[in-house]
Design a protein around this ligand. Sequence first.
Ligand SMILES: NC(=O)c1ccc[n+]([C@@H]2O[C@H](COP(=O)([O-])OP(=O)(O)OC[C@H]3O[C@@H](n4cnc5c(N)ncnc54)[C@H](O)[C@@H]3O)[C@@H](O)[C@H]2O)c1
Length: 324
Amino acid sequence: MTAADQKRYLVTGGAGFIGSHMTEHMLGLGRSVTVLDNFATGKRENLDQALAAVGGDAASRLEVVEGCITNPDDVARACEGVSGIVHLAALPSVVRSVEAPVESHHHNVTGAVHVLDAARQRGLKVVYAGSSSAYGDQDTDFKHEDLREDPLSPYAASKLACELYCRSFARVYGLPIVVTRFFNVFGPRQVPDSPYSGVVAAFCFALLQGRAPRIDGDGSQSRDFTYVKDVARGVTMALEAETSGCQTVNLACAGNHSVLSLFEILRSQAGVDVEPVHGPSRTGDVMHSRAAIDRIRDLIGFEPEYTFEEGLARTFDWYRVTYA
Ligand SMILES: NC(=O)c1ccc[n+]([C@@H]2O[C@H](COP(=O)([O-])OP(=O)(O)OC[C@H]3O[C@@H](n4cnc5c(N)ncnc54)[C@H](O)[C@@H]3O)[C@@H](O)[C@H]2O)c1
């Protein structure tokens, strides 16, 4: 057994969509994981599925702390025996942040500062789940990390505020931090039936029920859809690589798919004959979002492994089995 095998990592928000895949990936590599989650949007079933996917002795290497990142005692409890932190816990919705900006700020920013402070006190490396929403809408084919940020929603502002804290903690306390900016992550276990659901999950769910999905705007808006297993692998690579200071990198596929093309692929997988219902564009939404990924290649050698079509096929199959 190597030293890396014996490591225990803290995954905040580990019962959520991305967090449960993060946990699954790390357990699959032989690491131990402590999850800190208040189950605001996360679910115990997500962790059950992660454990079932890994099998073997995975359950004995997973500890779950039910608590809130805004409570320093909960964070301290969750940090016991860990040698690195993946910070995912947040209220991840543009719509929700427009409705309740103070609540978003509390969980996304105040909570993150508590996590960073705990890392500072223990000298722990942090990988922070940043967001492509930091870029806003900019007239450029690829969003690259040197662009000036332009958050369009309270959610985007909260995610960016936390990035600024990451930069300052790296400078002031010498903490190694990697900010991985995610771009429209999709895959199994994403909540499909909430007003805050991601577009892939919501479309799969509607089509499996034979309903027409709702498209905000004309559907020409495009996204760099990233399969969740690529995200889990990229974040783990970032945590385990030797890095210094605060490094900010896009973690995505450099792809460009319109919401309308997403609908068409999923409609053909579902084999139903429905047309989407178009509604008004959403406040705070960006039109086009495509990542440049040279920096993450250079930093940790990350390459996406899943194509958009392959990820969608796996995702649709999961929703078919789970909800049909
Ligand atoms: N899904 C995407 O496309 C995407 C894109 C960019 C960034 N991100 C970021 O990735 C992270 C994970 O997002 P997700 O899509 O898995 O969402 P999710 O809602 O499934 O996961 C968030 C998790 O955090 C937990 N949580 C929320 N507030 C908490 C608190 N105060 N204390 C403890 N736990 C708390 C929730 O219960 C949930 O388990 C978020 O930080 C989000 O901003 C996601």
